[in-house]
Design a protein around this ligand. Structure first.
Ligand SMILES: Cc1cc2nc3c(=O)[nH]c(=O)nc-3n(C[C@H](O)[C@H](O)[C@H](O)COP(=O)(O)OP(=O)(O)OC[C@H]3O[C@@H](n4cnc5c(N)ncnc54)[C@H](O)[C@@H]3O)c2cc1C
Length: 573
C-alpha cells in the first residue's frame, strides 16, 4: 500500500522563507493577528487528518467504487467514506478559510489550499465530495454538462419554467456530475444551468439555479424530496470512489441565482475557484507519487551502476543509482515543489484580492489570479500526468500492478486534464482572453514582478545561473506573444494552433521564476548544515538544466503556426 507523509517542511519553506506570507497576510484586516505558529499547527493537524483518516481509504475506495440502488436512486460511497466525512465535519475542516461571522475558522485561503493539497495526495476521490462546499452538513455539485454539450455550454437544453411562487421548475438531463449523489451528507445542493422560456440562444441565454435534493423547510430542516435524481453512475478510468452521476431533473424546484440569463458569469465565480482546486488535485498526486517512487528506488536493487558498483555488499545496486531513474524522480519532485510555490503564491494573491482594504491592490491581485488560473489548472495537470507516469515507471512492472497503488495515481490524474474545462480550453482562455484579448495588460503585470526580481538580483553572482535563463525566456515570451498576436490578426485560428504550446511556455516561465526565488533562499542558507537547502538547490539546478529547455522546442512549435495543422484536407484524415 502506498504511504504518504505530509510535506510540512516544504510547505513551511515556501510560506515562511520564500513568500513571507505572514507579513503579507498581516496587512489584511481579517488576518491582522495571524502568526506562523498558528499556520504551522493547523497544517500539522490537517496533515495528520489527511494521512491517518483519508489516505487509508484510497485503495479500498478505488477497488470498491460506488453503488447505485436503482429503485431508490440512492448512492453509497465506498466503505469508510461516510465515517471519514463525519470526522472531517466534526474537526471543523470544511470551513477552515470561511468567515467567522458564518461559523468559519477565518484562516487564510493559503492555509486551506495547502490542506487541500494534502487531502488530494491522500485520496482525490474522497476529497471531491466536500470539494465544492463549506457547510459540512450539506454538500454541493456543479451541474453544467449535458450529453450533447460540455465545452460549448451555449448548446445546453435544460429548461426552467417560472412558477407563481417565484420558484422555477427545472427539467433536463445532466451527465458526469461529480459527487452528484452519495450518502456522506444529509442533503446535496445542485447548482444547475438551465434556460428560461424566452432566453436568447447560446451562452447569453443561460441562467443559474439552486436545486436541493431535499427542499428545506422554513426552519432549515429537511422537507420534501425534490425531483432531482441519479439515473446512473459512470464506469470510468479513475477516481472510482467518487460518484460521477447522470442527473435527471423532472420538474425539480429551483431558485434563481443572480440575474436571468447571466448564469454563466455567476457559475464562473465557482469555476475559477474549482480550476485552482483541480491544480491542487494534481499537485497532491505528483507529491504522493514522488514519495512512493523515491522509497522504492532506494530499496529495489537491479543491475550495477554503469560507472561501477555503488553497493558492493549487495548483489546489485539500488535503482536510484541509475541516471534515468533519477531523472524521473527529479522531474516529479521539481514539478511538485515548483507547483507548490506557484499554488501558494496564487492563493496569497487570492487572499489579498478578497481581503485587502485597498481597491487598487484588490484589482491588481484579481488580475494576477485571473492570469495564472489557467496555468495552474493546465500546467499542473499536464505535469502530474507526466510525473505520476514517471513514478509508476520507476516501479517497472510492479508499477502496473494494482497492489502498489502507483497505477491508481496515473488513472486518477488523467481526469484533471479534462474536467473544469479541458486543458485546451484553458490554453485558449490564457492566450485568447487573458493575454491577447487584454492587450497583454495582465501578462505585463506578472512580467513586471519577474523583471523586478531580475533587476534586484542583477549583481548577485551566485544567482546568475538562474536569473540569466529566466530573463532570456522572458524576452522570448514577449516576442512570441507579439508574433502570435500579429498572425492572429490575419487568421484567428492561429491562436488555436499556438495556445497549448504557449501555455506550457508560460508555465515554465512562472515555474522558473519561483525556482529562482527558492534557489536564492537555498543559496543563502546552504552552509547552515540543513540538507533541506542542499536538496532544494540541486532540484532548482535540475529544473533549469533538464526541464526548462523544453521551452525551446515549444517555442519552435508555436512559431510553426497553423499551416502544418490545416494543410491536410479533412477527407484525408
Ligand atoms: C469524471 C468526470 C467528472 C466530471 N465532473 C463534472 C461536474 O461535476 N460537473 C459538470 O458539469 N461536468 C463535469 N464533467 C464534465 C467535463 O467538465 C466535460 O467532460 C469537459 O468539460 C469536456 O466536455 P465534453 O466531454 O463534452 O467534451 P467536448 O466539449 O465534446 O470536447 C471534445 C474535445 O474537443 C475539444 N474542443 C472542444 N471545443 C474546442 C475548441 N473550441 N478548440 C479546441 N478544442 C476544442 C476539447 O478540448 C476536447 O478535447 C466531468 C467529466 C468527467 C469525465
Amino acid at each position: 500500500m502506498p504511504t504518504y507523509t505530509p510535506p510540512l517542511r516544504d510547505m513551511q519553506f515556501v510560506m515562511h522563507e520564500v513568500l513571507n506570507v505572514v507579513d503579507e497576510l498581516k496587512m489584511l484586516p481579517a488576518h491582522a493577528d495571524i502568526d506562523a505558529d498558528t499556520i504551522n499547527a493547523v497544517l500539522e493537524e490537517g496533515g495528520k487528518f489527511a494521512a491517518e483518516v483519508i489516505a487509508p481509504l484510497n485503495q479500498s475506495g478505488d477497488a470498491e467504487g460506488c453503488t447505485l440502488d436503482k429503485a431508490t436512486h440512492e448512492v453509497k460511497a465506498p466503505k469508510g467514506f461516510k465515517e471519514a466525512y463525519a470526522k472531517y465535519v466534526e474537526g471543523g475542516w470544511p470551513a477552515l478559510s470561511c468567515d467567522t461571522a458564518y461559523g468559519g475558522q477565518g484562516l487564510p485561503h493559503v492555509v486551506n489550499q495547502s490542506f487541500y493539497e494534502m487531502l488530494n495526495s491522500s485520496n482525490q476521490a474522497w476529497t471531491m465530495y466536500p470539494g465544492l462546499s463549506h457547510s459540512g452538513q450539506w454538500t454541493g455539485t456543479m451541474c453544467l454538462t449535458e450529453p450533447h454539450c460540455g465545452t460549448d455550454l451555449g448548446l445546453l437544453r435544460s429548461k426552467a419554467e417560472p412558477q407563481a411562487d417565484g420558484t422555477y421548475k427545472i427539467t433536463g438531463q445532466k451527465i458526469f456530475i461529480s459527487a452528484g449523489e452519495h450518502d456522506l451528507a444529509e442533503n446535496i445542493v445542485h447548482l444547475v444551468l438551465a434556460r428560461l422560456p424566452d432566453a436568447p440562444q447560446g451562452s447569453k441565454g443561460i441562467s443559474l439555479f439552486v436545486v436541493p435534493k431535499f427542499l428545506p423547510n422554513a426552519d432549515g430542516s429537511l422537507g420534501a424530496r425534490n425531483g432531482v435524481f441519479c439515473a446512473a453512475l459512470e464506469h470510468k478510468m479513475g477516481i472510482h470512489a467518487n460518484a460521477t452521476a447522470q442527473i435527471v431533473l423532472e420538474g425539480a424546484v429551483g431558485t434563481l441565482v443572480g440575474e436571468p440569463n447571466k448564469g454563466l458569469q455567476a457559475m464562473f465565480v465557482m469555476m475559477n475557484a474549482a480550476r485552482l482546486g483541480v491544480g491542487m488535485q494534481s499537485l497532491g498526486l505528483t507529491e504522493v507519487a514522488y514519495q512512493n517512487a523515491v522509497a522504492y528506488a532506494k530499496d529495489r536493487i537491479q543491475m550495477r551502476a554503469l560507472s561501477g558498483p555503488k553497493n558492493p555488499d549487495k548483489p546489485a545496486d539500488a535503482i536510484i543509482v541509475h541516471p534515468d531513474v533519477r531523472k524521473m524522480l527529479l522531474t516529479a519532485r521539481a514539478y511538485a515543489e515548483g507547483g507548490r510555490a506557484l499554488a501558494m503564491w496564487t492563493t496569497l494573491q487570492l487572499d489579498k484580492e478578497l481581503g485587502s482594504d485597498d481597491e487598487d491592490e484588490r484589482k491588481e491581485c484579481a488580475d494576477l489570479v485571473a492570469l495564472v488560473t489557467p496555468i495552474v489548472k493546465a500546467f499542473f495537470t499536464d505535469n502530474a500526468w507526466i510525473a505520476t507516469s514517471h513514478c509508476m515507471q520507476v516501479f517497472g512492472g510492479h508499477g502496473y500492478i494494482r497492489e502498489w497503488g502507483m497505477e491508481q495515481f496515473v488513472r486518477d490524474a488523467r481526469i484533471n486534464m479534462i474536467y473544469e474545462g479541458t486543458n485546451t480550453i484553458q490554453s485558449l482562455d490564457l492566450l485568447g482572453r487573458k493575454v491577447l484579448g487584454d492587450n497583454g495588460k495582465k501578462l505585463k503585470k506578472f512580467a513586471a514582478i519577474v523583471t523586478a526580481f531580475i533587476e534586484d538580483e542583477g549583481t548577485n553572482e551566485a544567482l546568475q545561473e538562474f536569473v540569466n535563463p529566466l530573463a532570456d525566456l522572458g524576452d522570448k515570451l514577449t516576442k512570441l506573444t507579439t508574433e502570435i498576436g500579429m498572425k492572429a490578426m490575419g487568421n484567428a485560428d492561429e491562436v488555436g494552433a499556438a495556445a497549448v504550446d504557449y501555455l506550457r511556455v508560460c508555465g515554465h516561465l512562472v515555474f522558473a521564476y519561483f525556482w529562482a526565488r527558492m534557489a536564492k533562499v537555498a543559496l543563502a542558507k546552504k552552509d547552515s548544515g540543513d540538507p533541506f537547502y542542499t536538496a532544494k538547490l540541486a532540484t532548482a539546478r535540475f529544473y533549469y538544466a533538464k526541464l526548462l529547455p523544453e521551452t525551446a522546442s515549444l517555442i519552435r512549435s508555436c512559431r510553426a503556426g497553423l499551416a502544418p495543422l490545416m494543410a491536410m484536407d479533412e477527407a484525408l484524415f
